[in-house]
Write a protein that binds this ligand. Sequence first.
Ligand code: SF4
Length: 558
Amino acid sequence: MLHATGPLLTVDVGERTADETMIDEVLEATVGGRATATALAYERIPFDADPFGSENRAYLSTGPLQQSQTSFTGRMNMTGLSPLTDGLVSTNAGGYLSRNFVATGYSVLEVAGQSDELLAVHVTGDGVEFEEVPALEGATVPETSDYMEDQHDLGPEHCIAIGPAGENRVRFASVMTFDSRAFGRGGLGAVLGSKNVKCVTFDGNVEPPLEIPNPPEMDIHREAATSDDRMRRQGTTGGTEFINDNFSLPTRYFREYEFEGAADIGGNAVEEKKYKKGACSACAYACKLPTRDEETGVETEGPEFETVYSFGSQHGVDDIVDVMRANELCDTLGMDTISAGVTVAAYLESVDEFGNAKLAQEITERIAYRAGIGDTLAEGVARCHDELGVENYTVKGMEFAAHDGRVLHGQGLSYAVANRGADHMYASMLSLEYAGQVDPQGTLGKAETLVDQENHNAFRDTGIVCAFGDDYVTEERLETLFDADYADLMLVGARTVELERHFNNQRGFDRDDDGVPYDLPDIEDAIAEYYDARGWSEDGVVTDARLESVTGTVRSDD
Ligand code: SF4
């Protein structure tokens, strides 16, 4: 089976040491990306670690396809213990970093320890340098990129960076690359912040050693370049009105299921503001959305659909320029737009100020700096909803993505059981339910499909293939690319889900943590069906015996 190559680079920012470890056996078993990072995190992060403690570790990893020039592969994975969910999370970002990372020759970067001083870490093919960067204290993401460009001649395509939100340990702070692409969900920006790591740069000239199969009949690149998918013009926002028509666009902090202003902030509105093409490295599909409003001068990349939801419908805001402003604020300050937008929506609910975009932006900024009420909101909805006097719309502490589980019941089941919490990319049952391949009504009888979806997405984040490439990088083509049966690839995905769950179980997660904060038909029985399909106990626990039989390994801290 094709797998990523190169040693693991461990950077201890407290000790200021850098060590290489050959991990060929791990890579052979786990391929790369999310699976490799999860396996390493599982072995190396103490089960009782504090997400903000020096014992937590953050992993940045590529898959083998980042050594190719195939479309839909310009992405990377990050994994760590989340300060938002308190469990293991993996998150995935595009941009141009992956090829620069591969050029350093490493397969995985592990960031360990805790520095006393704010640091930039420079990784090259020839070694690692630690630079104290007191001048960057409180700097935004673009200010950090500018500094790296000025001082080191390395543009934002060479960097991961955090903004003030990460430094201030906002629980949903993102790690940014290329200024506008986010390792968004789960607060790994706050993990880097707790380690006092402002940014990491990657620069090298190691030639990728892998030869990736590319038979002429599998011309993914040409198909990507010539596709007339609406997504190429409108990104993910192209689906806004369809989703709204399906009553799956939560509005005004979940009061409603559809938004009367959806057309004003949807795909056409965004396309009108788009002023050039945008892409990730090597990707001819080029679905990104550099946008600009000539009248106000507001410029950003996006918003993508989830931001149209979190800062648009959820706030009762129907002006696309306001959504663009909020998107730019989150990117600049380094915050996940979904969790930030939904948390601000909870605040707007508490003060009955829906539609007040100016207030929403002010509160967003306050969150990043933990100023006033922003300090409360920076903890996320699960930790602050009592103080606000609003419902707790989260799963495992993570704020909901759009695609309303109250309407798409299989997606609701997915939110309920996902190790990552209320995130739509963990299993994407929504795609099958929108397409009518699965009846959106009801939760029973969907467990096997959900398991397949989770395993598929876990492998996709391992390879690494973009989530928007499923129609092009098909199951058959995955078999060709990875020189393996699809069933074996899915086993890699399944083991990843099992390791995440076992790790979280050791931290106390069980049946009580699986569920959604609303009624779904037969949800108790459906969760039991899911555990059964996974081979887990009726408490939602992966037993040691089960883990050993699936992964061949089990760790005990006794
Ligand atoms: S499809 Fe879009 S998001 Fe995915 S790699 Fe290509 S440009 Fe990036």
